[in-house]
Design a protein around this ligand. Structure first.
Ligand code: HEC
Length: 98
């Protein structure tokens, strides 16, 4: 707990990545460390409702979601995620500031 409080002073960005589940590192190139990057036609994912994120990630995993016509870029990133990893990612991303 002391270590966690200490980290809070290092800064929001490093704080965010230090807290991120390992699987989130694969998302950063397209979605940004802050979840706000929209370069590939995707919406910002930071602060989106957790249940929505779970539904989206399962949709890309099952290849049934193609919200912006760019699912071919997103599907491979969800393909190998387990339900537990999706849950972890959704908890983390929904907690990022919008
Ligand atoms: C190669 C770039 C790329 C990577 C890496 C990537 N994504 Fe995506 N993501 C996209 C694109 C493009 C879309 C929009 C797809 C569509 O048309 O529905 C998207 C959509 C999403 C959405 C729905 C948001 C929306 O636009 O409505 C979520 C949630 C999401 N990604 C989460 C993740 C997570 C979590 C990871 C890491 C495990 C990840 N993405 C990795 C490119 C990427």
């Amino acid at each position: 707990m002391k270590k966690v409080l200490g980290l809070a002073f290092i800064g929001m960005v490093s704080m965010a990545l230090a807290d991120a589940p390992a699987t989130f590192k694969k998302c950063v190139s397209c979605h940004g460390a802050d979840g706000k990057k929209t370069t590939f036609g995707n919406s910002a994912i930071a602060g989106v409702d957790k249940a929505q994120l779970i539904e989206d990630l399962k949709g890309y995993r099952a290849k049934t979601l193609n919200r912006h016509g760019k699912a071919n870029l997103m599907n491979p990133n969800a393909a190998k995620l387990t339900d537990e990893e999706i849950e972890e990612l959704a908890t983390y991303i929904s907690g990022l500031p919008k």
